[in-house]
Write a protein that binds this ligand. Structure first.
Ligand SMILES: [Zn+2]
Ligand SMILES: [Zn+2]
Length: 323
């Protein structure tokens, strides 16, 4: 196994992350915004059902929602995750900025903050210090349910803060990324306002604009959020573990399409810097295919593709008697 597929670029990983002091656990602006982003789409959906807007406008809004889902989702999977968090490839400057911007528009946090939290997850995976492990929340079905809820959304509200200085030091020295990181609130507003504007341009009515805002803004954002959070929750509880890792990460086939290949999470933990996560037969990985296109047109270089030998070396050994 080449060492390059195993690297996770972090600073001093030996220092344990301190729990947030109790006094900081009150209400703050960040938590209110998080609550609005988590609960807002549900309110929007209820409004939609109550008022019953529909017809051709909804179909076009759904098409735009799919476009925004692809754009912002790939910004997270190809950009935030495989490029910035794991350095699975090198991107030219334009691609780097585009991925940082589109990933920010997914509203999962600013690029440097997102990367810091994710690297901390790899360093302490399913151990104390992991920001969103579902494990260690009690035994039996109740413990699993509590763990699932914590890994899915609970950690967003009550988790200990992550020090970006320690976990993403090189990104804080990249001027382009620092600018995009600071622009996160603006990009989040743009991500919701753009569907409204496009909807108004197409329909010429505020009601039509609202339908676009609801589907291509709020509901699109919520779907991507829950898919991303499912990688933290479902893909650390249920699924297959064909690869050797020191954690509970799993491969979950039903989530592969909507997560753009991120649910091949067991291999990802076995070889974090690999540009491809779906490495076994019939494992579709849209993010890897997109990186391959970027490589072909020369925007991505030094792509860390896994070899068959490196994949085989990471598999759980089959007991001799079972062959
Ligand atoms: Zn994981
Ligand atoms: Zn990762």
């Amino acid at each position: 196994m080449p060492a390059s597929l195993l690297e996770t670029p972090v600073g001093d990983v030996q220092v344990e992350v301190e729990a947030r002091p109790r006094s900081e656990k009150g209400l703050n602006v960040g938590r209110v915004v998080t609550a609005l982003l988590v609960g807002g789409p549900l309110v929007g959906l209820i409004l939609f059902i109550v008022f019953g807007w529909g017809g051709p406008v909804t179909v076009w809004a759904a098409v735009l929602a799919l476009g925004f889902y692809l754009l912002t989702g790939l910004g997270v999977t190809v950009g935030f995750h495989r490029l910035f968090a794991h350095h699975s490839f090198r991107a030219n400057r334009a691609l780097k900025v585009i991925l940082a911007v589109t990933g920010s528009m997914a509203m999962e946090g600013s690029v440097i903050g997102w990367v810091a939290v994710h690297r901390r997850h790899h360093v302490f995976s399913d151990q104390p210090g992991d920001p969103h492990s579902p494990w260690g929340r009690g035994d039996g079905a109740w413990g699993t349910a509590r763990g699932f809820l914590w890994a899915h959304v609970g950690w967003l509200f009550a988790g200990a803060p992550t020090d970006a200085k320690r976990f993403a030091p090189e990104l804080r020295r990249d001027r382009d990324l620092v600018v995009v990181d600071r622009l996160f609130p603006v990009l989040a507003v743009v991500s919701l306002a753009a569907p409204f504007g496009i909807g108004y341009a197409i329909t010429g009515t505020l009601a039509g604009a609202f339908v676009f805002f609801l589907w291509a803004g709020l509901i699109r954002m919520a779907l991507l959020h829950h898919v991303t959070w499912s990688i933290n929750s479902i893909c650390h509880i249920w699924g297959r573990r064909p690869f050797v890792t020191g954690d509970q990460s799993t491969n979950v086939a039903p989530l592969a399409l909507v997560s753009f290949g991120e649910s091949w999470h067991n291999f990802h933990h076995a070889a974090p810097a690999s540009a491809r996560h779906g490495v076994l037969a019939h494992q579709f990985d849209l993010s890897a295919e997109v990186i391959r296109v970027f490589e072909r047109v020369g925007w991505a270089t030094k792509v860390r593709w896994p070899t068959s030998a490196s994949i085989a070396a990471l598999m759980v050994p089959v007991p001799v008697g079972s062959i």
